[in-house]
Design a protein around this ligand. Structure first.
Ligand code: BG6
Length: 484
């Protein structure tokens, strides 16, 4: 099955922080892949802007190198690379002074979509927004894109929202959570709302509990300073896992439209109960055969920043009252695996008697890697006398089902950057959503600080701290395996 490419209109995209890691690792390769797919027209221009006094040629060299590294397959085609590089420009510019703004202004066309990508630290969001306005660069067709971290807590997120709102309408602000751009994350909505099969069972009457796991094998090398201030709660839970929780738990929106979807997500976050301290486990990787411990990596042998967090959340609404949501995420774990498991209740009565054992359906949605869906169903164990039951998977790997050209799903940034150009905010966080997520997260972190909580050590390459298993065991449940 070949996916259809819907071309967008020509646009000017300015990437502030154009020479930075995110721009070169994610944004530029994503734009290149969309260029190769024929999604955007030749007239489009991508303008890198950063403090470095580079020439356009030397910036293009940097871009060419990123393509070799981060888009290795496509960058083997010299014609595509050259065509793409011709669309690339560069302006030396300072967010904190007037330097470079007049030349930038001269490069931009007045009659087309204009996007400013703030691929810089949040302290520059305000000054950039202000200068875009001051230099009259914000046309009605202008959008700005801001990256996480969107604030460090509720107060800073509010301040950021207020600053951006003083220069742009909410409809022009695209807050990225790249998890929303992942193909299978969007598929969550397709599975729930495109099928009759699941939605009638999608509530506390039939669902025993839901597990959301985002396990990573990577550590925090190269990001020590940021991570030491953030920890897993701010880095992953407040945003990526929260977004997954919203998509799994929200009511069906009336249509797939930005505000309809975001209204429903917001209701989920607002219905979350505060988390009880004994329903949270924090962990910190402690080293072992597979690498250094967290404290050694950050060079602080008293650090209490968590690199792992598992918790039990409750959504107090009609649909979910009584169904716990167990969420966990961590670094330096045994495998890279993001999966959502919807664990259904046992059948109310077993006609097969005790001997058949207890069986329950489970729906696993694998977000990455090996994207797909598995439904565990109970059948008769073949060949046995009597009626013994066994669980078997009804397994669908998207790559197998959709054909080889879908083996390599587009990167989240490809989808998201094109949505910015199309002016579709459905997969971007609204200001009130971000604030609500912080309002839920802040008391958890404040509680740790007040109690002087120290995270539990876990071995690198393990499944996390033992206490996370206890969190489940106490409820007579267990985590599904972390399998790559
Ligand atoms: C980022 C976090 O937002 O997401 C990182 O800051 C994390 O710590 C990354 O590693 C995970 O993204 P992905 O797409 O690799 O699952």
């Amino acid at each position: 099955m070949v996916s259809r490419v819907i071309p967008v209109d020509p646009f000017d995209l300015v990437i502030f922080g154009g020479t930075g890691d995110l721009a070169q690792r994610k944004i530029v390769p994503a734009l290149f892949r969309r260029y190769c797919a024929g999604q955007w027209p030749e007239a489009t221009r991508i303008i890198g802007a950063a403090r470095g006094a580079l020439t356009v040629e030397s910036f293009r060299d940097i871009v060419a190198e990123s393509l070799r590294q981060y888009a290795p397959k496509r960058s083997k085609d010299p014609e595509a690379v050259n065509g793409f590089l011709q669309r690339i420009n560069y302006v030396p510019l300072d967010a904190l002074s007037e330097d470079g703004w007049a030349p930038l202004s001269e490069l931009l066309s007045t009659d087309r979509i204009r996007a400013f990508y703030f691929s810089v630290g949040p302290r520059l969001f305000g000054p950039l927004a202000e200068r875009i306005r001051a230099h009259n660069l914000a046309t009605p067709q202008t959008r700005i894109v801001v990256e996480k971290p969107f604030g460090h807590d509720l107060e800073s997120a509010r301040a950021l929202n207020a600053t951006l709102a003083s220069h742009f309408d909410e409809g022009q602000i695209y807050r990225i959570d790249h998890y929303l751009g992942k193909e299978t994350v969007q598929n969550l909505m397709a599975v729930r709302f495109g099928n009759m099969l699941f939605e009638p069972l999608w509530n506390s009457q039939y669902v025993d509990h839901i597990q959301i796991t985002v396990a990573e094998t990577v550590g925090i090398d190269g990001r020590e300073e940021y991570y030491e201030r953030a920890g897993a709660m701010r880095d992953m839970m407040q945003n990526h896992l929260m977004q997954l929780l919203c998509l799994i738990a929200m009511e069906p929106p009336a249509k797939f439209d930005p505000d309809a979807v975001r209204d429903e997500k917001l209701k989920v976050i607002r219905a979350l109960d505060p988390v009880e301290p004994h329903h949270i486990v924090r962990g910190q990787f402690a080293g072992g055969k597979q690498g250094r411990g967290y404290r050694e990596v950050v060079g602080n042998n008293r650090s209490t920043t968590e690199s792992y967090v598992a918790l039990r959340a409750h959504i107090s609404n009609w649909r979910w009252a009584g169904t716990p949501f167990y969420l966990r995420t961590g670094k330096e774990l045994v495998a890279r695996s993001s999966v959502i498991n919807v664990m259904f209740k046992d059948a109310p009565h077993s006609i097969f008697g005790e001997e058949a054992g207890r069986h329950a359906n489970a729906l696993s949605i694998r977000l990455q890697p090996n994207e797909g869906i598995t439904l565990k169903v109970t059948i008769k164990e073949p060949g046995q006398g009597g009626m013994r039951l066994v669980d078997v998977p009804l397994d669908m790997s998207f790559a197998e089902a959709l054909g080889p050209e879908n083996q390599d799903p587009p990167d989240a940034y490809e989808r998201l950057v094109m949505d910015v150009i199309r002016g579709n905010q459905t997969l971007f966080m609204r200001g009130d959503e971000v604030e609500a997520a912080w309002a839920w997260t802040d008391p958890i972190i404040a509680g740790w600080q007040a109690r002087g909580d120290v995270p539990k050590p876990y071995e690198n390459g393990s499944t996390g701290p033992g206490d996370a298993e206890l969190l489940m065991k106490r409820d007579h449940r267990r985590w599904q395996g972390i399998n790559p």
